[in-house]
Ligand binder design. Structure first.
Ligand code: SAM
Length: 283
């Protein structure tokens, strides 16, 4: 992920540039990549949500003035509860909701929570909020064989899930899997490919943070508080996640378009899919 600019940034901003879109909810505010540009349009107010208390703390410091003047409101919490937050902060009905899924550059690199397979000294934590009950190490050392298979198959469709889980079970019987280096040794037994490492770390992160359940709830919740003709912008980084969004569009009979960056260089940018969903009916 580029440190400064979110993926498909121009396309997201372009979709939100209409001055009629006045109440914007950034459901995954992160490092605030969209906030400065959105705030430059004086017709807009923003509700910025993030599940990670550190992200919200930092944003509050950066946008002190705008916070004071009421142009931006911060809410630490899970976007699964977006409808409640929108009602609480008078963002009901909202003009648009953005979901930029996954994790930010800072969380990946500076938090040392074991999100990256390249930082071998880190503990396998992966919780967006340290109040969550289970770390990635807890899952690796305590889930049953079937539960582990489910994590790797359902969350990242890892083709080598069976071999991987057998190896985890064999290794953890002798020694607890605690660090990134421990998990990397297990993975090295089944594959040397970067893509395998990425998928396995991604599946664990999704499991630890209950990401797919939250996404389903978040989308339903957004639709409840969205104005007629309001937009949901959803940026996904893996096909399984994108399927959840597609199903949501179909089940609710919503209009949508898909935007991809075909000329992107980095792998994560190439696979990014932005779905722009419009609430064309009021159920
Ligand atoms: C890809 S980053 C967003 C980057 C952001 N657009 C920016 O420009 O910096 C994803 C963010 O979503 C947050 N997040 C993940 N799951 C969440 C949830 N269920 N509710 C709220 N925030 C969540 C993460 O903590 C992370 O900060």
């Amino acid at each position: 992920m580029n440190k400064h600019t979110p993926v498909l940034y121009n396309q997201v901003i372009d979709e939100l540039s209409d001055t009629n879109l006045t109440k914007i909810i950034d459901a995954t505010a992160g490092q605030g990549g969209y906030l400065k540009t959105l705030l430059a349009d004086k017709s807009k107010k923003i509700l910025a949500i993030d599940i990670d208390p550190l992200q919200i703390k930092r944003l509050k410091e950066i946008y002190k003035e705008e916070h004071k003047s009421g142009r931006i409101i911060f809410q630490q919490g899970n976007f699964a509860n977006l409808d409640k937050f929108a009602k609480k902060h008078n963002f009901y009905p909202a003009s648009a909701v953005i979901f930029d899924l996954g994790l930010s550059w800072d969380q990946m690199i500076s938090y040392h929570k074991g999100f990256s397979y390249k930082q071998e000294q880190d503990d396998l934590d992966m919780r967006f909020n340290s109040r969550f009950k289970y770390t990635a190490a807890d899952l690796l050392n305590n889930l049953t064989e079937d539960q582990l298979l489910d994590v790797f198959m359902s969350f990242s469709e890892e083709p080598k899930s069976f071999d991987l889980v057998k190896e985890i079970i064999r290794v953890r019987a002798k020694k607890t899997i605690k660090k990134v280096a421990d998990l990397n040794k297990v993975i090295a037994k089944i594959s040397k490919k970067d893509s395998t490492y990425r998928r396995i770390y991604q599946a664990l992160r999704i499991a630890v943070n209950n990401e797919f359940v939250n996404l389903k709830k978040g989308l339903d919740s957004a639709l409840k508080i969205l104005d007629l003709n309001g937009k949901i912008l959803c940026l996904t980084f893996n096909p399984t996640e994108d399927r959840i969004v597609k199903r949501f569009i179909k089940n609710n009979n919503l209009a949508s378009k898909t935007i991809k960056n075909k000329s992107a260089e980095a792998n994560f940018e190439k696979i990014a899919t932005l779905r722009v969903i419009v609430k064309t009916n009021d159920k």
